[in-house]
Design a protein around this ligand. Sequence first.
Ligand SMILES: [Zn+2]
Length: 74
Amino acid sequence: MSIIKNYLKQNKVTHTFSDCQWPIGDPQEKDFHFCEAETLTGKPYCKEHCDVAYIDERELKKEKEAQKNRRIAA
Ligand SMILES: [Zn+2]
C-alpha cells in the first residue's frame, strides 16, 4: 500500500480518471463503452459530455442572469 502511495506522490497523480467516464450505449449490450476522450481538468468527463452533464447547472445560471438583466432593464 505504501508503495502505491509513494508512486502517486512521485508522479503527482491527483485524480483517478484521465479518460471521459461518460457511458455510451446500453450497459446490457456488448458494444457498451465509455467515451474515453480527454477529460477537462477536475472533471470526470470530456468537454462535450461536461456540456451535457452540467446543462441543468448552466440553464439555472442563464435563468438567473436573465432575471438580473430584466431587473436592470426595468
Ligand atoms: Zn466524453
